[in-house]
Design a protein around this ligand. Structure first.
Ligand code: PHE
Length: 344
């Protein structure tokens, strides 16, 4: 057997032995046996200078390869061993890892709370498109083009050709009221609907403004619906949502699509109406807009304004969620920071 063949055999033998080794001590023994100062490899390397030139090169090369291969394998074996010892033994009595539970977003929770109070009063949940036609967002709601009341609704117009040019330009709806029109156009009274949805307004972001937020719209139409019905329904709604002792106030206001119109306030729960930073020292918090459906809106959808009466209301969901949870910055709803969401 030549020296080179002997080295090959040695490598095979060493690898086989390494594969069996089960402890750091065994690995060390193998290192000494195959690579140590008294190993066969060391002996062979010592004889190198005495060998004839061609053989010296071949044997030297084989020897170095063997050394490198064994060292690499030893290092790998040590690492595997260390990882195995680091791993704790399995304790089957430990409780399992908790799977984090999901939550509904506070905006969704609030929408569900609002809807669940109107559904028992006979209201049906309806939705409409966020990309809306000018006719539904404005014209049919008694907000003609060039009328100053449009100014109170800053709007994102969309630069795309409208599928129905006669109904005007396309826009991102600035309120959920267009769904009133869409539903009345399709159906005959009596009607009771609530409409949750996203609306858009080009407001600069600040703690109480966002260019996208949610509203819930309500509409009731029947042959005889009065302002007293409106007051009764909203008063009951707000007392159920904010507590039975909640005081409500209907303050005259203007909306183009309702007449008469009102804004609804609740007495500030933080100060009991005395005035504090939450209510801006007013003692009251504005909660929603409402009114009796304007005859022009009924005309626009083909109803006879002498034969039907109706009320409508619209509320801002984030505002209600902020009051319910004591949140002071609307932007928190849209940042999706789990530390915030987990608290709601
Ligand atoms: N659409 C109104 C707004 O966004 C709210 C409203 C709805 C007022 C229905 C009256 C009746 O401000």
């Amino acid at each position: 057997m030549t020296v080179a063949q002997e080295l090959d055999q040695l490598l095979a033998e060493a690898l086989a032995a390494l594969a069996q080794a089960r402890s750091a001590a065994e690995l060390e023994q193998l290192r000494v046996r195959f690579l140590g100062r008294k190993s066969r490899l060391a002996e062979v390397m010592k004889t190198l200078p005495a060998l004839p030139a061609e053989e010296r090169a071949a044997v030297g090369k084989r020897g170095n390869q063997l050394k490198a291969a064994l060292e690499a394998r030893l290092a790998a074996a040590r690492e595997t061993l260390a990882a195995d010892t680091a791993r704790e033994p399995l304790d089957v009595t430990l409780p399992g890892a908790a799977i984090p539970q999901g939550w509904l977003h506070p905006v969704t929770q609030t929408i569900e709370a609002v809807l669940s109070l109107f559904i028992p009063m006979g209201f049906e949940v309806v939705e409409g498109p966020e990309l809306e036609l000018e006719r539904y967002n404005f014209d049919a709601l008694n907000i003609p083009r060039d009328h100053p009341s449009r100014e109170s609704f800053d709007t994102f117009f969309v630069e795309a050709s409208s599928p129905e040019p006669k109904k005007g330009r396309l826009l991102l709806r600035s309120h959920t009221s267009p769904v009133q029109v869409r539903v009345m156009e399709r159906r005959k009274p009596p009607l009771r609907i609530v409409v949750p949805g996203v609306v858009y307004r080009p407001d600069p972001l600040d703690p109480s403004h966002s260019f996208m937020f949610h509203q819930v719209e309500g509409l009731m139409v029947d042959d005889r619906t009065s302002f007293a019905d409106l007051k009764g329904a909203l008063d009951l709604f707000l007392k159920t949502l904010f507590g039975p002792r909640t005081k409500t106030r209907f303050r005259p206001h203007f909306f183009p699509f309702t007449e008469p119109s009102a804004e609804v306030d609740i007495a500030c729960a933080s100060c009991g109406g005395r005035g504090c930073p939450t209510c801006g020292k007013k003692g009251w918090l504005e909660i929603m807009g409402c009114g009796m459906v304007h005859p022009n809106v009924f005309k626009a959808v083909g109803y006879d304004p002498r034969a039907v009466q109706g009320f409508a209301f619209g509320l801002g969901v984030e505002r209600i969620a902020m009051l319910r949870h004591g949140i002071t910055d609307i932007r928190l709803f849209f940042e999706n920071d789990l530390r915030f969401l987990e608290q709601c």
